[in-house]
Write a protein that binds this ligand. Structure first.
Ligand SMILES: [Zn+2]
Length: 328
């Protein structure tokens, strides 16, 4: 949002600078209504609210009478979000590059030690720039999953172009399918942001599941304009993401992995009590640092000490809950 405001502000400044002097005397254009929602009818409100929304909740028994399903996911953004904006700041770019150089290998070693599979959502350009990452992920015997995460981490509402969004989705799918040798079945929008076309394109591409939205703690079926899509949502949450704590506005200013551990563990404890779903979103260039992978490993060890914890890829979890859509 801050970046969007900056772009809007830049355009305003630029156009103000380039206007001829004679225009100065004209009355200023009315500012856009900052609260357009106040002018909508109930039907218009419903159309907006339920363009993409939560349908049937998909909560049933887990395999082997497990109490909770745990899905660890890693968004392998590295430097792509920065590259997508044309920002050639090599301090920032190298911070992303860390994900490929040290972050991902350290995470994969930890997962191997703990024998826990994970899902890796990779902007296809990130895979092209560091192709060894695909080999390293597939080098594990744990059969980790590779999912789609845009071409170059393009923010889709900012792209705001249906055809271009479709082109980039097709390119991402083709590229990852070729590199991984398997067509991905999972989709996660860059920055979790949908445009008005994303849900329709995700459904048309035949994805088994999306993992970008957060209307429930448990899996649910996504609705498009109020109609069932058959697409499973595996919900994410900002409090179950490394980025708000260590990246983003925090920008590394939160030194305490113990605080993050406490949030992650207590969320897991309640998911365990409720027989629910527990998903974490992390990034190799953020969580992949030494102290943070050590924290994550402590958390995995904590979860493994409890009986009945099913560690699975997002694909396995989505395949398990999808039949619930058809059940009464
Ligand atoms: Zn991302």
């Amino acid at each position: 949002m801050i970046r969007l405001l900056f772009v809007v502000a830049s355009v305003v400044v630029l156009s103000a600078c380039t206007q001829p002097a004679t225009r100065v005397a004209e009355a200023p254009a009315a500012a856009p209504n900052p609260l357009p929602g106040t002018k909508l009818s109930i039907d218009q409100l419903k159309a907006q609210m339920f363009h993409v929304s939560a349908g049937k909740r998909l909560k049933g028994a887990w395999p082997d009478a497990a109490r909770v399903a745990v899905g660890l996911s890693f968004d392998v953004d590295n430097a792509t979000a920065t590259l997508s904006t044309g920002t050639l700041d090599y301090e920032i770019l190298s911070r992303g590059e860390y994900g490929a150089v040290d972050g991902l290998p350290r995470i994969l070693r930890m997962l191997d030690r703990q024998q826990v599979p994970a899902s890796f959502f990779i902007p296809a350009a990130s895979a092209v720039l560091h192709p060894q990452m695909i080999k390293e992920i597939q080098g594990s015997k744990l059969q980790h999953e590779i999912g789609v995460h845009g071409w170059i981490h393009e923010r889709l509402p900012l792209l705001n172009d249906e055809k271009e969004e479709q082109r980039l989705l097709n390119l991402s799918l083709e590229t990852l399918t070729r590199m991984a040798g398997k067509r991905p079945v999972g989709y996660r929008a860059p920055s979790w942001k949908f445009s008005g076309w994303t849900m329709g394109q995700v459904k048309a591409a035949g994805f088994l599941y999306d993992s970008s939205l957060m209307a429930s703690d448990d899996a649910y079926e996504l609705l498009l304009d109020g109609k069932p899509t058959g697409v499973v949502e595996l919900p994410i949450e900002r409090i179950l993401d490394d980025f708000p704590y260590f990246g983003g506005n925090a920008d590394g200013s939160n030194p305490s992995v113990a605080d993050v551990y406490e949030v992650f563990q207590s969320e897991f404890d309640v998911a365990y009590e409720e027989g629910g779903l527990y998903l974490l979103t992390m990034h190799p260039h953020i969580i992949g640092h030494r102290s943070r992978v050590a924290m994550l490993e402590r958390l995995v060890q904590y979860m493994k000490r409890k009986p009945g914890v099913w560690f699975a890829t997002h694909e396995q979890i989505a395949n398990h809950v999808k039949p619930l859509i058809a059940q009464n």
